[in-house]
Ligand binder design. Structure first.
Ligand code: URP
Ligand code: ZN
Ligand code: ZN
Length: 466
């Protein structure tokens, strides 16, 4: 099978030019002007942007959490991602406390294999790491799982103490892998929550009011300090506040290898969403919580000036009916997380590039290239170049949609609400190719369950130190 994409404007993290792209099977093999070769499929991309498929480095599909499971599995979640222009994800496999991380990896392989619509990789969530288990980490790296997530939050669930964090970080550094951190002081936050509950505070807004940004900043500071001593690159996930960002800035100014991602929800939504009537604030209960609106401008600065490296979704959907409702009488029982895997590319184009906040190159860098570089997938993923996987989106900069649970063009996620309900975006993916195969064509799904393959990632190679 061959595909020729003609007359498009190719945008990568560094390029911007008009050319044709020729794809032989699953790989880009030629880029040039006025290519005349015959191809099985010819796509006219006149007036369109031709961009690398999005990479979402933070998703939770089929994840047990808060007494239930996230509502999208690898079939529905990855198909929705594809419709939104994302062609690779890094999901989080989980180590069950007291059990092997390798068993956790097997479990996640069986969740994804034969189901995923797009290519996928795994980070490993470490919940305990005694000395005798440390050799498992080298096996994980050999298997292409070259990053971990540790939690300073959720005591009693995913939480790791500082000794565990240091031990795992030290070994990760020795193995040439990376550590992602959920950086919030969960111990102090739980005390604050205890006080709020004792005073009868039950509404969703208390989710935000019991998680001060200083406790996120403290977590970021501690995570980076421990990583520095353990000599491992650290990546702060779902960074939500200016306080926390300042800690990343300070560390980077000192020359520490620290990276951070933020998410569309922290760029476009704010704490006032928790005040929605009829318990609808529960739809936005996620951790970290949405912040006061003024933080958004600071996060955009972080993206613009390179202290924030990627925009991930932290897609962790729970239906309002039957799942979010579990916390109607107690905000701490609301499952934490929100959907977004399908909306990230359009939101970032509309609110970023189209709004003049970031350049087109930066849009690609933040939604694809930097994730590929940070997590050992570049240049196979994250760019359009000869030899790269043909994960490509033909993106129409003039296509307008209003995101809604009721709009069949914007909602394929298996969840009964949209985090971005009513937001109108200009700029939308028309055609999506995954390894040379058209899987989405103007709202029609052309792929099949199980098209996606596991991405065996390389170890961290310092490519994104600057
Ligand atoms: O609320 C969230 N973010 N749920 C998913 C788990 C996590 O902390 O990333
Ligand atoms: Zn987290
Ligand atoms: Zn997450």
């Amino acid at each position: 099978m061959s595909v020729l994409i003609k007359n498009g404007r190719i945008i990568t993290a560094v390029d911007d030019y008009f050319a044709d792209v020729y794809i032989d099977k699953d790989t880009v093999t030629l880029i040039g002007q006025n290519l005349t070769m015959v191809a099985d499929t010819v796509i006219d991309a006149s007036g369109k942007l031709v961009i690398p498929g999005g990479i979402d480095p933070h998703t939770h599909l089929d994840m047990p959490f808060g007494g239930t499971y996230s509502a999208d599995d690898f079939e529905t979640g990855t198909r929705a991602a594809a419709f939104g222009g994302t062609t690779s994800i890094i999901d989080f496999a989980i180590q069950t406390k007291g059990h092997s991380t390798l068993a956790g990896l097997d479990t996640w392989h069986s969740k994804a294999e034969g189901k995923a619509a797009i290519d996928y990789a795994f980070h490993m969530i470490v919940t305990d790491m005694p000395d005798e288990r440390l050799p498992e980490m080298s096996h994980l790296a050999d298997e292409g799982v070259t990053s971990y997530k540790l939690f300073m939050a959720y005591p009693g669930v995913f939480y790791s103490d500082d000794a565990t964090i240091y031990r795992a970080m030290r070994k990760a550094g020795q193995d040439g892998t990376m550590v992602c951190m959920h950086a919030e002081n969960g111990i102090v936050i739980d005390e604050i929550i205890k006080g709020a509950r004792a005073e009868g505070k039950t509404a969703p807004i208390w989710h935000a009011l019991t998680r001060p940004t200083r406790m996120e900043a403290e977590g970021v500071h501690r995570a980076i300090a421990i990583a520095e001593v353990a000599e491992v690159p650290v990546y702060i996930v779902h960074l939500s506040s200016a306080d926390a960002l300042n800690e990343v800035r300070r560390a980077r100014d000192r020359g520490v290898t620290a990276f951070a991602e933020t998410c569309p929800q922290y760029l476009f939504l704010d704490q006032s969403y928790y005040e929605k009537e009829n318990f609808e604030g529960a739809k936005y209960v996620m951790t970290p919580a949405l912040r006061e609106q003024w933080n958004q401008a600071e996060l955009w600065k972080g993206l613009q000036f390179g202290d924030l490296h990627a925009v991930a979704t932290d897609h962790c959907p729970f239906c309002f009916n039957g799942q979010k409702e579990l916390g109607r009488d107690d905000f701490t029982k609301i499952p934490n997380g929100a959907p977004g895997i399908e909306n990230r590319m359009a939101l970032m184009y509309n609110g970023g590039a189209n709004a003049g906040r970031i350049s087109l190159n930066k849009f690609v860098e933040l939604t694809s290239t930097n994730a590929a570089k940070t997590f050992g997938m570049f240049p196979r993923k994250g760019t359009i170049a000869v030899g790269s996987d043909a994960d490509i989106v033909v993106f129409d900069p003039n296509h307008t949609e209003t995101i809604s649970v009721n709009n069949p063009r914007t909602h394929h996620m298996r969840v009964d609400y949209s985090t971005y309900e009513g937001v109108t975006v200009t700029g939308f993916p028309d055609i999506v190719l995954s390894r040379g195969k058209v899987i989405c064509d103007n709202g029609e799904y052309k792929g099949k369950m199980g098209d996606g393959r596991f991405i065996k990632r390389a170890r961290y190679n310092g490519i994104l130190r600057a």
